[in-house]
Design a protein around this ligand. Structure first.
Ligand SMILES: [Fe+2]
Length: 281
């Protein structure tokens, strides 16, 4: 079932908690196509890289679709031949729902700490230029590497730990998240990079049928953390926020944090680069 909110079609499955967990996929049977595709280095970003499978106009780049001429919303992504040809299985999985696809890419994330993840919380700008009367854009996350102790961390309110859900990411974990609604970032424990396929899909009957087919559920138990781990994470995030504020103040700049997207910092340090490219999940 779907409903309309602020002019957009949204799916009931997301209404309560903003995410859906699908059946786990048998990743072990597939070739490791993410090893064969080309990753793009983003300026100033040492922690993540992206390999675009579909971009705004088919070029090997990951910029927001609105940052192109002509600008477009995060739909009608164009397959990037150099990468899509080398990753047919990933492309097939992105296409399976039959929903309109915008950005589609593999992320490489290096190991980090839980407190860094809290610091990296952000929301995505998925629906810029999306016309009312159409489907709300949400994002699929298919974990490719086996990271059972890494988690997608979600919060309704970035400053309220009681709103947090932590979803474990073993190989084949499949989530769809309204990343414009929920603050999100991934805590990746391990020694090796984590790889994940991220796809923007339009909400509608196709995506709804896909979610039903794979028994999507809008609730999951959080990956457990001790009170000590939770407190240490909050402390590290607070420390990093304070350091950022001090660094900006020392430069005579306004240490405001806005809505948590780090807009100020990104503009000053990265020439306007989108925060989500720095800390994408
Ligand atoms: Fe994001």
């Amino acid at each position: 079932m779907s409903y309309t909110e602020n002019g957009y079609t949204k799916l009931e499955a997301f209404r309560e908690n903003g995410y859906v967990v699908l059946d786990r996929y048998d990743q072990s049977a597939d070739p490791q196509e993410w090893r064969d595709i080309e990753f793009v280095d983003w300026k100033s970003s040492g922690e993540t890289r992206f390999a675009p499978l579909a971009s705004a106009y088919g070029d090997l780049e990951c910029d927001g679709f609105w940052n192109h001429t002509p600008p477009k919303t995060d739909k009608d992504g164009v397959w990037v031949p150099a990468n899509a040809d080398k990753a047919p299985k990933l492309v097939e999985r992105a296409k399976e729902p039959g929903a309109n696809i915008g950005r589609c890419r593999v992320i490489e994330l290096l190991p980090n700490q839980y407190g860094e993840t809290l610091y990296n919380f952000h929301r995505d700008d998925n629906n810029r230029l999306n016309p009312e009367g159409t489907g709300w854009i949400v994002r699929g996350f298919f974990n490719l590497t086996d990271n059972p102790d890494s988690v997608m961390v979600l919060r309704d309110d970035k400053d309220d730990p009681s709103t947090e859900t932590r979803i474990a990411l073993p190989a084949g974990a499949q989530l769809i998240v309204d990343t414009q609604r929920l603050y999100h970032a991934v805590w990746h424990q391990g020694d090796e990079p984590r790889y994940c396929l991220i796809t923007s899909w339009e909400s509608g009957p196709e995506l709804e049928a896909y979610i039903e087919k794979y028994h999507g559920t809008g609730f999951t138990e959080s990956y457990p953390l001790t009170d000590e781990q939770l407190a240490a994470g909050e402390a590290l995030a607070a420390e990093k926020r304070a350091a950022r504020a001090a660094a900006l103040a020392a430069r005579g700049q306004d240490p405001t944090f806005g809505d948590g997207t780090l807009t100020v910092l990104e503009q000053q340090l990265a020439g306007g680069m989108e925060m989500e490219q720095l800390s994408e999940a």
